[in-house]
Design a binder for this molecule. Structure first.
Ligand SMILES: [Zn+2]
Length: 331
C-alpha cells in the first residue's frame, strides 16, 4: 500500500521548532525575502517605490527604514496584511506554520495558548490568514472545454437551541421558528483543479455566480437538488441522485463533498459556531486547504506568508478589534 502523502517526508519540510529559534534579524530577513523577492530582499519603499533606504530604528530599537527619495518611514509590514504589527515577526511566522500544519483548522483559543496571545488577537490574526488564503481566489474562473467541475451546497449556522421542556419546544423546520441566520455555502470544484466557495441565502441564489465562475464548455456534476435544474441551459450536466448511488455513470460530486467534510469537521472540531459575518472566510480556508492538501507544509506556509505580504491591509479588520460587517460578505 502506498504511503499517505501527509505521512511522507516530502510533506514535512518545515519544523515549528526551527521557526521559534529564529532571531529577530532572521525573522525580519525571512519576511524581507518574501515581500521583496524581486530585489532579493532589498527594501522597496511602499510609498514611492524607491530602492534606496537607510535604517531609522524606532526609539524601542525595532527595525524601521527611511526612504531617501520621499523621506517617509516604513517597516517590513507597512501596507501589508500585518501592517502595524504588535508582536515579534517570529510569532507571525509561527502562527502561519501552526495554521498550515492543521489540516482541518485551528481554533483561535488554541493558538492564543500556543503563542501567549489574547484571544481577540488570535481571532483577528487567524482571520487575516484566511483573508490571505482568499486572495488566491479573487476573480477565479474554473473549467473550460474538456474540463469537469462539481458543485454542491451545504447549510451552516442559524442553530436554534431546543427548549428544555417539551411543551416549550417549537418545530424548527418552519420558517417562522428559524433564526434567519442559516446560510448556504456553495462550492465549485474543478476535478484535478481549483475550488471556489461563496455564501448565499439558499442554493438557488447561487446560479448567476456559478455561471460567472464556471467557464462555458465545462461538464458540470451536481446532485438531484432542484436548484441546479436551471444550469442545464448553459452546461452539459451530469446529475447524481444520492438516494440511489454516490457515483454512477461517471457522475458524482465526491470532490465537492470532500470540501464539506473538511469544513464540517472544522466547524465541529475547532470552531463550534461558524456563521454570519465570517462564514465566507471559513469556507475560503477549507477551500484553500483542499486545493493545497498535497503541498508540503513548508511550501504552504511560504505561500500564505507571501499572500499576506503581497496584499494591502485587512479589509475585515483595521489595526484594532473592529468588525466591518459588509466587507466579509460575498461581492
Ligand atoms: Zn519612498
Amino acid at each position: 500500500m502506498s504511503q499517505h502523502f501527509l505521512l511522507s517526508s516530502k510533506a514535512k519540510t518545515l519544523r515549528l521548532a526551527d521557526v521559534l529559534r529564529l532571531s529577530d534579524a532572521e525573522a525580519e530577513m525571512a519576511f524581507r525575502k518574501i515581500r521583496w523577492h524581486q530585489t532579493a530582499g532589498e527594501s522597496v519603499c511602499p510609498h514611492c517605490g524607491g530602492l534606496d533606504a537607510y535604517l531609522n530604528p524606532r526609539p524601542n530599537k525595532t527595525t524601521r527604514y527611511r526612504c531617501k527619495a520621499c523621506r517617509k518611514d516604513f517597516t517590513i509590514t507597512s501596507g501589508t496584511l500585518f501592517a502595524s504589527h504588535k508582536r515579534p515577526l517570529r510569532d507571525y511566522l509561527a502562527a502561519i506554520a501552526i495554521f498550515c500544519n492543521e489540516v482541518k483548522g485551528k481554533s483561535a483559543l488554541a493558538i492564543s495558548r500556543d503563542l501567549g496571545l489574547a484571544y481577540k488577537s488570535a481571532f483577528v490574526l487567524l482571520h487575516k490568514l484566511r483573508e490571505a488564503m482568499a486572495e488566491e481566489m479573487k476573480g477565479r474562473v474554473v473549467g473550460g472545454e474538456g474540463k469537469t467541475a462539481e458543485i454542491d451546497g451545504g447549510y451552516f449556522g442559524g442553530y436554534v437551541k431546543p427548549a428544555n421542556h417539551r411543551e416549550n419546544r417549537v418545530d424548527r423546520r418552519l420558517a417562522h421558528n428559524q433564526s434567519g441566520k442559516r446560510r448556504a455555502v456553495v462550492i465549485i470544484r474543478e476535478r484535478d483543479g481549483k475550488s471556489l466557495p461563496a455564501v448565499f441565502r439558499s442554493e438557488g441564489a447561487a446560479l448567476s455566480w456559478i455561471k460567472s465562475r464556471i467557464a462555458k464548455g465545462t461538464v458540470v456534476n451536481a446532485d438531484e437538488g432542484k436548484s441546479w435544474n436551471d444550469l442545464h441551459s448553459r452546461y452539459e450536466m451530469k446529475r447524481i441522485n444520492h438516494e440511489e448511488a454516490y457515483s454512477a455513470d461517471g457522475a458524482c460530486t465526491n470532490m465537492a463533498e470532500e470540501f464539506f467534510s473538511r469544513m464540517r469537521r472544522a466547524e465541529i472540531g475547532h470552531h463550534h459556531h461558524i456563521a454570519g459575518t465570517y462564514l465566507l472566510r471559513y469556507a475560503q480556508e477549507a477551500s484553500w486547504r483542499e486545493d493545497n492538501r498535497r503541498v508540503a507544509n513548508g511550501d504552504q506556509a511560504r505561500t500564505v506568508a507571501a499572500l499576506a505580504m503581497g496584499r494591502g491591509p485587512s479589509v475585515d479588520f483595521g489595526g484594532y478589534w473592529q468588525r466591518h460587517i459588509k466587507s466579509a460578505l460575498p461581492a
